[in-house]
Write a protein that binds this ligand. Structure first.
Ligand SMILES: Nc1ncnc2c1ncn2[C@@H]1O[C@H](COP(=O)(O)OP(=O)(O)OP(=O)(O)O)[C@@H](O)[C@H]1O
Ligand SMILES: CC(C)(CO)[C@@H](O)C(=O)[O-]
Ligand code: BAL
Length: 294
């Protein structure tokens, strides 16, 4: 695996590879890799000739009171894990390399950002869209892999790619979970022992929501989820929402994909999770196809 820090170096390397007909799979990350990230790298390896992984903790997507400064970092461990999973190039730019001018031109997204994390982390998706616009130009991927744990990010990035005609296929990949159902996340390391035990209730609330949706409407189910999470965790519930996916609008009888999404703030970690459901299969009670939580 080649480690690259310079934009010019990776751009020329990828250009040479593409000249000889190799396809490029890209996995953008903020590092502190876990099995969720590794599953994206492994999938990219199966589907493309050259796998590029980036590690960049993007300051533009963090709010002023968020955890940019203490975001977990361990480059030596990441190098080893990325290589073992099949990365060919690990791109790790410094902030100065990505944003040499303080007054960087930013991308502003207005689609699929008025709900969920877009509503509570104002400006977050502008930061994500800005860094991905740069990274897509730098890496020129044919395929870009994203985890559905961040389902809103997948929806927003798909909108960006469609509307700005990026020649890249966005691939949303299933959420990897710990054995008790907790979605893997770099931020899980911030949880205290007690919070780690409580955190299982995020995925449990999604499973319960499936049952509650059969008995009641989405408004009632959202309230039941809030009550459940308030009862079973010490965290503060930021949202429990049921919306259409990927549009992220209130569901109607014609909605053919629903997302049930939660965000809970613990003392040092804000965790999110979701499940994407097919309302018709939900009514028919097909467990397997309606829920990817377990
Ligand atoms: N459990 C998971 N399963 C599959 N993909 C994941 C998982 N967790 C993160 N990813 C994906 O990995 C990519 C990089 O994410 P990132 O580096 O922010 O990791 P993270 O664990 O989501 O971190 P954070 O705790 O900051 O949310 C994103 O596309 C993200 O959706
Ligand atoms: C896609 C991404 C790497 C952009 O900084 C980040 O939002 C993430 O890790 O999900
Ligand atoms: N995986 C999401 C990136 C963020 O929380 O900023």
């Amino acid at each position: 695996m080649k480690l690259m820090n310079s934009i010019q170096e990776i751009q020329s390397y990828v250009a040479e590879e593409k000249k000889v007909g190799r396809t490029v799979g890209f996995v953008p990350t903020m590092g502190y890799l876990h099995e969720g990230h590794l599953s994206l790298i492994e999938r990219a390896k199966n589907e493309s000739d050259l796998v590029v992984v980036s590690i960049f903790v993007n300051p533009l997507q963090f709010g002023p009171n968020e955890d940019f400064d203490r975001y977990p970092r361990d480059l030596d461990r990441d190098k080893k894990l990325a290589e073992e999973a099949g990365a060919d190039v690990l791109f790790v730019p410094e902030t100065q390399e990505m944003y040499p001018d303080e007054s960087v031109v930013t991308v502003s997204v207005n689609k699929r950002v008025d709900a969920l994390c877009g509503e509570t982390r104002v400006g977050h998706f502008d930061g994500v869209a800005t860094v991905l616009t740069k990274l897509f130009h730098i890496v020129s991927p044919d395929f870009a892999y994203f985890g559905l744990k961040d389902a809103q990010q997948v929806a927003v990035v798909q909108g960006l790619v469609d509307d700005f005609n990026f020649p890249v296929k966005v691939i949303g990949c299933e959420t990897k979970r710990e054995s008790d159902g907790l979605a893997m996340s770099s931020r899980n390391v911030y949880l205290t022992e007690k919070e780690r035990k409580e955190a299982v209730h995020l995925s449990q609330s999604l499973l319960k929501a499936k049952k509650w949706l059969l008995d009641g409407d989405s408004g009632e189910t959202e309230q039941k989820m809030i009550n459940y999470l308030e009862e079973h965790t010490s965290g503060s519930v930021e949202y429990c929402k049921i919306l259409s996916y990927p549009e992220l609008l209130p569901p109607t009888p014609d909605t053919n994909k629903l997302i049930v999404a939660v965000a809970v703030k613990f003392s040092k970690a804000r965790l999110i999770d979701n499940v994407i459901l097919d309302p018709i299969l939900l009514k028919q009670g097909s467990e397997e196809e309606t829920c990817s939580v377990h």
